[in-house]
Write a protein that binds this ligand. Structure first.
Ligand code: ADP
Ligand code: ZN
Length: 633
């Protein structure tokens, strides 16, 4: 045993042996060990772990150990058909017998898999949930069950069973068959969705009442949160990418398909490799773009929320939102796709008054019942409060998921605390103007006009309605438009201002401002309005030093010396070749972090490669000699 291994006591469990030999990892992360041991022992489990927390190992390690114990095959139910090929490829690279059954296979290919299944040659079988409705597949499972070689069911993306998430898949409801038809076969269900409602739904729908619940901390310490005000969002985004993430992979989320297309084109014009992804694109184009994102380096995916579930690319270095999502759940899930490899990553968002107005309008216009709409508004307000916050973002995020924490030191507000100003006076002036225009004419007006009156601007519209005669005309001359916008945004966020839709004869409609019950305490000065100073121009600089040439080193190699840097680059181009030959994403061969560790160690012998994280026995065998050759170049 090499000296880099941990204490022998840890190595004795079969789970640890598999973790080290097959996956090349030294230690389990967080609750992985407890989960793995529970499942190996035959218990049912429901695992709630954030994206990037390491859910796959929670069923892969038990699958391998139980196979070694002669218990047969693990069936992994996953809705992510497009990813099965790569997931299985990754297991093959690690020397694990795996296969998938889904609609992309030809008849012959599927038959071949079935044959291997029957002969016990497969440790993990990935299958789409719709398979469980086919007599053929159930027949296969029946046979295995009767022979006592149906080892475990892993239900990935378990929240798909719940109508509460946006990923609802009716086929997931059929998964109760597993429990009823194959009694005694343990089940592990996994999801990154944290809220109580979904959790309760999963337990009920999948009949997991007796399963042990494993809830991890939802913190993602390597993700840095940054939220700024929208000015010229495209320029802001470009500046962020160029400064912080030149040449790195990232995802940019937009609300609409049209915006996706436009922004992808703009980023390409600016010299980035950007691709669009949304549900309106042809399936082939979508698949092609996703493949390129997974396989090539440094691609920026501009996408709607249609993109992302199960994208397990570990080296996404940033997730940007150029429009505000609907709620914190969505924001957290999307930003969680950054930095799954545990290395530094950024979650960047720009938001503005229009986002608030748009989201509010979408809720108002939805056909849902009033109670449901109220719940949606509450969720939107929580996200707005996060955006407007002047204290630690992470503390607020985690608090939203019921976790207590202390200021993180790795968010914009911790790194450079924002200046705060007292917007109470401005808020009262805006509110009384909204009141007065309505009292004078019975009409309501939009944000622009209200701000014009407060700032005393003599516009055509002001003249048309005689609003220069109002007592509040010009009372806020000293405020900038940006300041008033900020105040209005917060008033909308807290419900102190409401939106009122006005229909025009042309059939168009626009949103106007009206007072609400919540206006009163602000008007009376009973509720102070605290605002952050505009942040867009004061993006905090990263502490990690970066070259300004646009060719900043990727996070994994940030701390390598010049020689190691050169080895790292050689290793990467070698990896790209191997990945192409195997038709797999590069990270499936080795993560950046593994290559960086190799480059740093500068190995001369195969022994020197022992104990490098991500270097399992199969990979050492398959690639060790090549890696040494590349390092010696
Ligand atoms: P999730 O499905 O929870 O989002 P994954 O299972 O894809 O997360 O794991 C995220 C990344 O972390 C993967 O690249 C995986 O190889 C790595 N990983 C998981 N567990 C460990 C561990 N114990 N040690 C080192 N790396 C790990
Ligand atoms: Zn913080």
């Amino acid at each position: 045993m090499s000296s880099t291994r941990p204490s022998p006591a840890l190595c004795e469990s079969p789970a640890h042996t598999v973790l080290q030999d097959v996956f090349g990892y030294e230690q389990f992360r967080g609750p992985q060990q407890a989960i793995v041991e529970h499942v190996i022992g035959g218990g049912d489990a429901l695992v709630l772990m954030p994206t990037g927390g390491g859910k796959s190992l929670c069923y892969q390690v038990p699958a391998i150990v139980r196979q070694q114990q002669g218990r047969g095959v693990t069936i992994v139910i996953s809705p992510l058909i497009a990813l099965m090929h790569d997931q299985v490829g990754a297991l093959h690279e690690a020397g694990v017998e795996a296969a998938f059954l889904n609609s992309t296979l030809s008849y012959d290919e599927a038959q071949d898999v079935e044959l291997r299944l029957q002969t016990g040659a497969i440790t993990l079988l990935y299958a789409a949930p719709e398979r469980l409705n086919t007599p053929r597949f159930l027949g296969l499972l029946d046979d295995l069950y009767q022979q006592g070689v149906l080892s475990l069911f892993a239900i990935d993306e378990a929240h798909c069973v719940s109508q509460w998430g946006h990923d609802f898949r009716p086929e997931y409801r059929a998964l109760t068959v597993l429990h009823q038809r194959y009694a005694g076969v343990p089940r592990i269900a996994l999801t990154a969705t944290a809220d109580d409602l979904t959790r309760a739904d999963i337990i009920e729908r999948l009949q997991l009442e007796d399963a042990r619940l494993f809830i991890s901390s939802f913190d993602r310490p390597n993700i840095r949160y940054h939220i700024e005000e929208k000015k010229d969002v495209t320029t802001q985004l470009l500046r962020f990418i160029e400064r912080e993430h030149a040449g790195e992979a990232g995802v940019v989320y937009c609300q609409s398909r049209k915006r996706v297309e436009e922004l992808a084109a703009t980023l390409c014009d600016a010299g980035l490799t950007a691709l669009p992804y949304h549900a309106g694109l042809d399936t082939k184009v979508r698949q092609h773009n996703q493949d390129r994102f997974l396989r090539e380096e440094g691609i920026v995916m501009v996408a709607t929320i249609a993109f992302g579930m199960g994208i397990d690319k570990p080296d996404v270095r940033f997730v940007a939102h150029v429009d505000m999502p609907k709620n914190i759940e969505g924001y957290y899930q999307e930003t969680g796709r950054a930095g799954r490899d545990g290395l530094n990553a950024d979650a960047w968002m720009a938001y503005g008054l229009n986002d608030v107005v748009n989201q509010r309008r979408m809720i108002d216009e939805s056909p849902a019942g009033e109670e449901f709409k109220q719940a949606l508004r509450g969720k939107l307000d929580a996200l707005l409060a996060l955006a407007e916050a002047t204290d630690c973002r992470r503390v607020r995020l985690l608090a939203y998921f019921g976790e207590r924490s202390t200021p993180c030191g790795n968010c914009d507000n911790c790194i450079s605390p924002p200046a705060v100003w007292d917007g109470t006076d401005a808020a009262r002036k805006l509110l009384s103007t909204i009141y007065r225009v309505h009292a004078a004419s019975g009409l309501t007006f939009g944000t622009g006009h209200i701000m014009d009156i407060v700032r005393g601007k003599d516009t055509e519209k002001v003249q048309q309605f005689g609003h220069d005669k109002l007592s509040t005309f010009g009372v806020g001359r000293d405020y900038s438009e940006a300041q008033l916008r900020g105040v209005l945004r917060q008033l909308l966020a807290t419900g102190a201002v409401g939106l009122h839709k006005v229909m025009l004869e042309s059939g168009h409609s626009f949103d106007t401002l009206s007072l609400t019950e919540g206006s009163r305490p602000v008007l009376k000065g009973e509720m102070p309005v605290q605002l952050r100073e505009s942040t867009a121009s004061t993006t905090p600089k990263r502490t990690r030093t970066r070259k300004s040439t646009g060719s900043a080193p990727p996070a994994a190699a940030a701390n390598l010396g010049p020689d190691a840097q050169a080895r790292f680059i050689n290793l990467k181009s070698w990896r790209a070749e191997v990945a192409r030959e195997h038709n797999l994403p590069a990270y499936v061969i080795f993560h950046d972090a593994t290559l960086a560790a190799i480059a740093e160690r500068n190995p001369a012998t195969l022994d020197d490669l022992q104990g490098i994280s991500g270097m399992g026995a199969k990979k050492l065998d398959a690639y060790g000699a090549e890696v040494l050759r590349v390092c010696a170049q």
